[in-house]
Design a protein around this ligand. Structure first.
Ligand SMILES: Nc1ncnc2c1ncn2[C@@H]1O[C@H](COP(=O)(O)OP(=O)(O)O)[C@@H](O)[C@H]1O
Ligand SMILES: [Mg+2]
Length: 234
């Protein structure tokens, strides 16, 4: 297993948000964590990274218990988060943004090789490497945010709502890229866009109010009466 979350609990101050979230990301898969606004998806990712401190439960990366490892060390060990809203450096070029992603020791040592690798995955970014990030389209910016995370050479990539704010056609292109990326890295995809996510995932979980309420193969979930009604509008 690339990533295992075991009965994670966490929250903010006195507010409990996660009530024992368990999920598994198999190697070289796209695993989706789906849910509405406020379900606790971002909190799950932040707790997995250790940005939000777990109150209970464990996090395993590649079989190793990393629960108490601080976020920057988790990056060093092979976890990378693409945050909600992308958080690019708008006035810096594409390439400067990418280089910012290679801040771990492990990544710095082979930064030029990694840059080549990332450009081979995203040829568009090579073409645009001297362009300022803030002047690119929403879809290109999301690709850049993903590419920047890949610069740390992760084993597991955590994607927080990459489709947010993008037109359906752009989402389709982006998700094609995400699907292809699983050959390189194991992916936990957090999304409100349930229909599109079920199309590209190998396994999926549904989160509601900090509880996993459903899980299964995407084909099964897409046929599930509850999921259809609550998330697919059919
Ligand atoms: N920094 C924070 N401080 C206090 N409450 C927060 C904070 N971030 C999120 N929350 C609350 O935690 C709950 C889950 O939020 P979040 O994990 O962002 O959900 P999602 O990503 O699924 O939309 C919400 O009720 C939200 O208001
Ligand atoms: Mg969120």
């Amino acid at each position: 297993m690339a990533l295992v979350l075991e009965r994670l609990e966490s929250g903010y101050g006195k507010l409990k948000v996660l009530f024992g979230v368990s999920l598994r990301v198999e190697k070289n898969t796209v695993t989706a964590l789906l849910g509405s606004n406020g379900a606790g998806k971002t909190t799950t990712l932040l707790t997995a990274m250790g940005v939000v401190k777990p109150w209970a439960g464990r996090v395993f990366l590649d079989g190793k218990d990393v629960t108490d490892v601080p976020p920057h060390k988790k990056v060093e060990l092979g976890m990378a988060l693409v945050p909600e809203g992308r958080r690019l450096f708008a006035d810096m070029t594409v390439e400067e943004n990418l280089l910012m992603g290679a801040y771990t020791k492990r990544a710095r040592e082979k930064v030029l090789d990694t840059l080549e690798w990332v450009y081979s995955l995203f040829p568009r970014l090579r073409e645009r490497r001297r362009q300022k990030a803030g002047t690119m389209s929403g879809g290109e910016q999301q690709m850049l945010a993903i590419a920047r995370a890949l610069m740390s050479r992760p084993k597991v990539l955590l994607l927080d709502e990459p489709s947010a704010g993008l037109a359906p056609k752009v989402v389709a292109d982006l998700f094609d890229v995400v699907k292809r990326l699983k050959e390189e890295v194991s992916i936990l995809l957090v999304e409100q866009n349930v229909a599109a996510s079920l199309e590209i995932s190998d396994y999926a979980y549904v989160l509601e109010n900090g509880h996993i309420v459903k899980e299964g193969a995407p084909q099964e979930l897409a046929q599930d009466e509850y999921v259809k009604k609550a998330y697919l509008g059919v």
